[in-house]
Design a protein around this ligand. Structure first.
Ligand code: SIN
Length: 298
């Protein structure tokens, strides 16, 4: 694990993004760097479009931009309300491989029990970054939790970028990397009876992307999908990616969410990575994810 400790205080100094106070929601930060729990919101009601909900929606947008991942507890929502909440942020994304609920192809199943060969999202990644236009955000609703464990970790990729040295930032400037779904997705969901597609998405994206809402730069390579950096020798790319992954996984940039039944996490894939813990076998963890379309990274 890399150390950011300096002799004169921390090398990475986070400047808080605390804007104006909120009027229609309460925002409790999990750490100074990433994550906040939101209260005062009933998502089932919010998706019915009255004036109050418009102001709440604006504040939820702002809370997401300021905290990168936001959490809502004790939400009783139907699949239709889950989908409607996602649509408030944009068109919905269809996963290129994962199984979905029968009601709607945009309702991705998140499920692991004692018979599962694996659980979703066990390595650090940004969702479907192999798409040409990867999803902007993901909204995960967990309905059944194990008695302990099953947390999700989230990491701030603005902070990971900012903490790089100026020389490293200059080196990465203008580089692109290949993100490929093929090695991950082929055969991955066979246990759910999902047949493989002839091919899976792959795309080249900048190693450092600029967020379309905040205009901040974020590191955009991840262990799950990134295969190599373009235009440099393969051994240099392997070494550089190994360094960047290790750097991005520093716990300083992270928060860890302990789920309770009927909680929701909404993360921005453009500036975060996440990793789910499968430490609860043989128990069951189950829910659904709605994913919102994004734009081509620049
Ligand atoms: C994922 O969407 O990557 C799964 C996250 C989780 O199950 O916590």
């Amino acid at each position: 694990m890399s150390s950011l400790a300096g002799k004169q205080g921390p090398r990475y100094r986070h400047t808080a993004d605390d804007g104006a106070p909120y009027e229609t929601i309460a925002v409790e930060k999990l750490t100074p760097i990433i994550g906040a729990e939101i209260s005062g919101v009933d998502i089932g009601r919010l998706v019915s479009d009255d004036a109050r909900s418009n102001q709440q929606m604006d504040e939820i947008h702002r809370a997401l931009a300021e905290n990168l991942v936001i959490f809502f507890r004790d939400q009783q929502i139907t699949p239709k309300q889950h989908l409607a909440f996602g649509r408030k942020f944009g068109e919905l994304h269809f996963h290129p491989a994962a199984p979905h609920e029968d009601e709607d192809p945009a309702l991705m199943k998140i499920y692991a029990d004692k018979n599962s060969p694996r659980a979703n999202g066990e390595g650090w990644h940004s969702d479907v970054s192999c798409d040409l236009e990867p999803p902007m955000g993901s909204i995960l609703y967990i309905k059944q939790c194990p008695p302990r464990g099953g947390d999700t970790l989230f990491a701030n990729m603005y902070a990971a970028y900012e903490a790089l040295s100026d020389r490293m930032k200059a080196y990465l400037d203008g580089l692109t990397a290949l993100h490929d779904g093929e090695p991950i997705y082929r055969g991955l969901y066979a246990n759910y009876g999902v047949a493989d597609r002839p091919s899976y998405p792959s795309a080249e994206h900048p190693v450092v992307r600029t967020h379309p809402v905040t205009a901040k730069k974020a590191l955009y390579v991840n262990r799950g999908f990134t295969r190599h950096i373009n235009g440099i020798p393969r051994d240099e790319s392997d070494a550089m990616l190994a360094y960047l992954y290790q750097h991005a996984e520093n716990p300083l940039f992270q928060c860890r969410f302990r789920w309770t039944e009927n909680a929701i996490a909404f993360w921005d894939n453009r500036c975060t990575q996440h990793r789910a813990m499968w430490d609860y076998w043989p128990h069951t963890r189950s829910g659904t994810r709605v994913t919102v379309k994004g734009e081509r990274p620049v």
